[in-house]
Design a protein around this ligand. Structure first.
Ligand SMILES: *Cc1c(COP(=O)(O)O)cnc(C)c1O
Length: 300
């Protein structure tokens, strides 16, 4: 598989903005690894694509929303890998025209639209939905599942002096990335997941299912979802603009903006000790900001 994704495009950036306490914060810029196959989606996808190639599948079939980072990343990565691609899309009229979906189509992905209700029924058990063509591989929404966890654990391979960090913080949707990170982290490191969704009682136990025996401990915080998945009130947009003005770090409205807001709030509240060193994961997803009107973000 000949992919233009190279780990060394992911730079480490110290973030001065957070130095209210003397703690050190380094941001792993996974948003920089590729313009389309961005952030954690590449790491979650790569093991799935490996399986598709090993099993000589003709294509990959997945699921996602109209602004999904996973959909456009899968479409683009599948094209590079020489695989066909298709997906079920959670979309009402109007959302069918999103730039994300136009891009996915341009990489050859075939899209099938379903109402929220039907989509919800189909996405769980996608494999047995009857929609998957013979000799295609079903990849669950967001690239979740064991291969996704395994791929996500390789994110930490690219961090220099990984052992020095006391905390690792990341955004959480399905929890696949967080699970992978706990599996690759050292035992003394504490993982903090900032949920982009309102509380979900099952998520902690889901993540535990994906953890290996030596996984590092994690905590999930539900205080920074800003009203729920993809909700982006002015308070969030203001923070993202302010962050960009000071640091030139672009963030996305669904995940990384909320994660860094949460980190700043934890620093403000004295959650850390002065000697702590925090690794924050910028998991990409900037393309999703295209659902906004122009002018809402200064870096759009
Ligand atoms: C999908 C995504 C996440 C969430 O990853 P999970 O493994 O589903 O928890 C975080 N950040 C960005 C930018 C994403 O696109």
């Amino acid at each position: 598989m000949n992919l233009p994704v190279t780990n060394n495009m992911a730079t480490m950036q110290p973030v001065e903005f957070f130095r209210k306490q003397r703690i050190q914060v380094d941001l792993l810029r996974l948003d920089k690894i590729h313009t389309v196959i961005s952030g954690n989606k590449w790491y979650k996808l790569k093991e799935w694509l490996k399986i598709a190639i090993e099993q000589r599948k003709e294509g990959v079939f997945t699921a996602g929303g109209a602004y999904s980072n996973h959909i456009v990343a899968t479409a683009c990565a599948a094209q590079y890998a020489g695989l066909k691609s298709a997906a079920i899309i959670r979309g009402e009229q109007g959302e069918k025209q999103s730039k994300t979906l136009a891009d996915a189509r341009s990489y050859g992905m075939e899209l099938h639209f379903f109402s929220r209700k039907d989509y919800g029924l189909l996405k769980t058990g996608l494999e047995n939905s009857g929609l998957i063509p013979a000799n295609w591989l079903a990849i669950p929404e967001g690239g979740q599942g064991q291969p996704g966890v395994l791929g996500a654990s390789s994110i930490l391979d690219i961090v220099p002096s990984l052992h020095d960090y006391s905390h690792i913080i990341c955004a959480v949707g399905t929890g696949t990335m967080l699970a992978g990170l706990t599996n690759a982290a050292f035992g003394h490191q504490k993982l903090i997941g900032i949920s982009s969704l309102k509380g979900d009682d099952n998520l902690t136990s889901e993540i535990k299912k994906w953890q290996n025996e030596n996984a590092a401990p994690f905590s999930l915080l539900y205080d920074y979802h800003f009203g729920g998945y993809a909700k982006h009130p002015p308070s969030l947009l203001n923070f993202m603009n302010e962050l960009y003005r000071i640091t030139e770090i672009p963030t996305d409205i669904v995940y990384t903006g909320k994660m860094l807001f949460g980190l700043q709030d934890l620093v403000k509240k004295g959650h850390f000790q002065d000697s702590d060193k925090v690794l924050a994961i910028h998991s990409g997803g900037l393309q999703g900001n295209r659902s906004l009107n122009s002018g809402q973000l200064i870096f759009l």
